[in-house]
Design a protein around this ligand. Structure first.
Ligand code: ADP
Ligand code: ADP
Ligand code: ZN
Ligand code: ZN
Length: 748
């Protein structure tokens, strides 16, 4: 057996650790969040593999690649090139779809260019990203932005009362006058009383000259209907570059392209068919169904293409994504879905002896789909690759050939290897991971009584099948169901739209400023500045990152970012301040012996021991409660994972009362010990008079709920219905629920 050998690793909190990882095997890394798993797997092993790989390129290429610093370690030996399959969302514009990103659409295009009838050309003729194939009206996007009249007009008002809500159309403005002074309308008549002809005139009228007086003199203008005017003024120009685009975006919505009806392609491409179906029809089918259609293509010339297609499609299905369509835009996929789509891309590659690194691949997966995910990890290994997985899921830990448990605690209390060996040994081992694997909490028996109900009626968004369901208030509700069953649609879209005062505590990034840190985000920095100012008799602003006190070279970042157009940017420590972010004079000011930089270097836990003042303490305690005691106060928020972003938002909310909180898989990135912690935080929120609704697959959370709403029965078109609602105790007895089935198995 050969091994990756790591000697004396010291990145972030790692305490000079040495270990051997078997190659061509699956190694799972466990440990509480903040224990150092990512520091070991991503910042040390993957970073060094990348760096060594980059060194093999010529200087010309190398100068154009991100520069990876050598990780802090004595030696790293026997590495192979690493591919990180992380949760970074795929993003991209509306031209990037599940089909294009997995190369499945390229295979389909090839297929149509060979066996499609009538012949439309070669494969570019089927590309919606190529002028040869794209719909001329929407240029291959399948939709167009248009004025949304429901938002732009208040039909209960008359023109004189400001019926047109668009910016620049207020009563008395130039644009308003072109309508109100046209003599075509009764300016005191509410729009809802307009006749059909009046509506037509207002929206699409052309015509007579309108004259009116302005300060600058008389104006003559041709009358132009509101839709045409808006088109001309805004849509036909590039709305993205306008200064008032934020305001304008509130009044537009995407509408399906009238020419191609969303198919993105021109008529020539759409008329070419295989088995009576166009390529756009295939791209709009759920992959689960598409696979059967493709299997029916039997033309001998197509055999190899069909085989390659089936291989990819079956991989997508086995990874629990059979409910997606190829034309689904990648920017609308969740982090977990993105990671699994990327995995499929790599399964199609024939490279062997690579190191694949995964960051919690089970995110967003129902227990039902985890075993299929496991099959794919095994498949990668059996092709001769080394598979490294950071994961907390019991079922994934169970398939590991080798386990490395990092801990024992988080931050400074972690950074050591607590256990390495096979899985059965981990179950017997001391420490938090072994301890949690051995015990399995029972379903809760004491349910809180709802204080009321929030009802959603007749929901039909995406796959929802006319769903009417009530969410209890004053309790903890968990929404379950396999991936694609409709949980995010029901909770994240329909419920939030119906009850807009609810607070969504989601995993999206928390800030757009690269200067943001846990300290700035939670308001703690204001306290820090105030306390320093008081102790040193200077102005608080001196301690701002954007003040004269900040290092002029890096503007208080401590880091220098270099943007690269087509890759992740490169970061290096600022040479002027050596990463200390402030001018020497500012660093000389001390609070209880510490400089502002030293305070920002403290973890939340350390700071909770340093500050004695109630305000900062309250904030720090809230951060500790959500399990973020290991973060340093000044760590850039951009280095936080989705799960950490969600918990930092949760901490900021803990101080409020009486709200409805909605969360999407808050256990992401959490070890079983942290999950217990998180459940306690949610219980505390509910006990404080709040309502908590969470989408969750983690069975420990399901067992702790007061109420469960289970969607299904399956994903995509086969889902979208409520299959169970009630207490988890009753869920145990439910039939036809995949969640119930897995809960019973877990408790067996
Ligand atoms: P895990 O992956 O086990 O959750 P990490 O390796 O991400 O843990 O973190 C280990 C410790 O190192 C934590 O205390 C974390 O706050 C710290 N850390 C991680 N990344 C950075 C960074 N870029 N800058 C400063 N500290 C970091
Ligand atoms: P879950 O949260 O249970 O995984 P979702 O609510 O994300 O399920 O998805 C339910 C269905 O709606 C799936 O078929 C999914 O592909 C579809 N869907 C979700 N979001 C979008 C979107 N932005 N555009 C098109 N279809 C979507
Ligand atoms: Zn079109
Ligand atoms: Zn600097």
């Amino acid at each position: 057996m050969s091994y990756i050998e790591i000697t004396g690793a010291r990145e972030n909190n790692l305490k000079n650790v040495s270990l051997k990882i078997p190659k061509r095997q699956i190694t799972v890394f466990t440990g509480v969040s903040g224990s150092g798993k990512s520091s070991l797997v991503f910042d040390t092993i993957a970073a060094e593999s990348q760096r060594q790989l980059n060194e093999t390129f010529t200087a010309f290429v190398r100068n154009r690649l991100p520069r990876y610093g050598r990780p802090d370690a004595d030696a790293l030996e026997n590495l192979s090139p690493a591919v990180v399959v992380g949760q970074r969302r795929l993003g991209g514009n509306s031209r990037s779809t599940v089909g294009t990103i997995t190369d499945v659409y390229a295979l389909l295009r090839l297929l149509y260019s060979r066996v499609g009838r009538p012949h439309a050309g070669f494969s570019n003729a089927f590309s919606f990203n190529d002028p040869a194939g794209m719909c001329p009206e929407c240029e291959g996007v399948g939709k167009k932005i248009a004025l949304d009249l429901d938002r732009a007009l208040d039909r209960s008002r008359a023109l004189n009362e400001g019926a047109i809500l668009l910016p620049n159309f207020g009563v008395g403005t130039w644009y308003w006058k072109t309508y109100a002074l046209s003599g075509l309308f009764d300016n005191d008549k509410p729009l809802r009383d307009y006749t059909g002809a009046e509506w037509e005139l207002l929206l699409r009228g052309r015509g007579p000259d309108v004259r009116f007086e302005t300060k600058g003199g008389p104006v003559h203008q041709k009358f132009e209907g509101l839709l045409d005017k808006f088109d001309r003024l805004y849509i036909k120009r590039d709305i993205d570059t306008m200064s008032n685009r934020e305001a304008l975006f509130r009044f537009v919505s995407d509408e399906v392209c009238p020419l191609c009806a969303g198919a993105r392609l021109n008529q020539a491409a759409l008329s070419s068919k295989i088995g009576g179906r166009s390529i756009a029809e295939l791209a709009a089918m759920e992959i689960r169904l598409l696979v059967d259609v493709v299997a029916e293509i039997t033309e001998p010339v197509a055999a190899t293409m069909v085989e390659a297609l089936l291989d990819r499609l079956r991989h997508l299905i086995s990874i629990g994504l059979g409910y997606l369509t190829l034309n689904r835009e990648t920017s609308t996929l969740s982090g977990g879905e993105s990671q699994r789509v990327k995995l499929v891309r790599h399964l199609g590659s024939s490279l062997a002896d690579m190191t694949y690194v995964f960051d919690e691949p089970t995110v967003g997966l129902h227990p039902r789909d985890v075993s299929r995910m496991n099959d794919l990890l095994r498949e990668l290994r059996d092709k001769g690759n080394t598979v490294l997985v950071v994961e907390h899921d019991r079922d994934v830990i169970a398939i590991a050939d080798h386990v490395v448990d990092v801990g024992p605690g988080a931050g400074g209390d972690g950074g050591e290897i607590v256990y390495e060996g096979d899985v059965s040994g981990l179950y017997r081992a001391a420490g938090l991971t072994g301890g949690h694997l051995r015990r399995d909490p029972p379903v809760k028996r004491d349910f809180r009584e709802p204080t009321g109900w929030l009802t959603v009626a007749g929901a039909t968004a995406h796959n929802l099948k006319d769903v009417t369901v009530s969410f209890p208030t004053g309790v903890l509700t968990v929404v379950t169901g396999v991936a694609g069953s409709g949980k995010s649609t029901l909770v994240g879209e329909v419920f939030l739209a119906r009850y807009p005062q609810s607070v969504a505590v989601d995993q999206s990034g928390v800030s757009t400023s690269i200067r943001s840190s846990p300290a700035t985000y939670t308001g703690l920095m204001d306290d820090v500045r105030r306390l320093f100012a008081k102790a040193c008799g200077v102005s608080p602003s001196l301690f701002s990152f954007n003040s004269a006190g900040a290092c002029p070279r890096c503007q208080g970042l401590g880091l220098i970012y270099t943007d690269l157009a087509f890759m992740e940017g490169v970061t290096s420590v600022c040479e002027a301040c050596e990463g200390r972010r402030f001018r020497e004079e500012v660093l000389a000011h001390r609070l209880r012996g510490r400089s502002v930089h030293e305070v920002l270097e403290m973890t939340v836990g350390e700071a909770a021991g340093f500050f004695t003042e109630p305000r900062p303490l309250r904030t720090l305690r809230a951060l500790e409660e959500v399990g973020l005691g290991y973060l340093t106060l000044g760590q850039p928020l951009s280095t936080l994972s989705g799960g950490e972003c969600q918990r930092i938002k949760l901490a900021a909310e803990l101080r409020k009362k009486g709200g409805v909180y909605v969360m999407d898989e808050p256990t992401t990135g959490l070890h079983m010990a942290d999950v217990e912690h998180l459940i306690a935080v949610m219980d505390k929120l509910v006990d404080g008079g709040n309502t908590v609704i969470v989408i969750e697959h983690d069975l420990d959370v399901v067992k702790s709920a007061d109420w469960v709403i289970d969607l299904g029965p399956d994903g995509g078109d086969l889902g979208g219905s409520v299959v169970f609602e009630g207490t988890p105790e009753r869920l145990l007895r439910a039939r036809d629920s995949l969640t119930a089935e897995h809960l019973r198995r877990d408790l067996a």
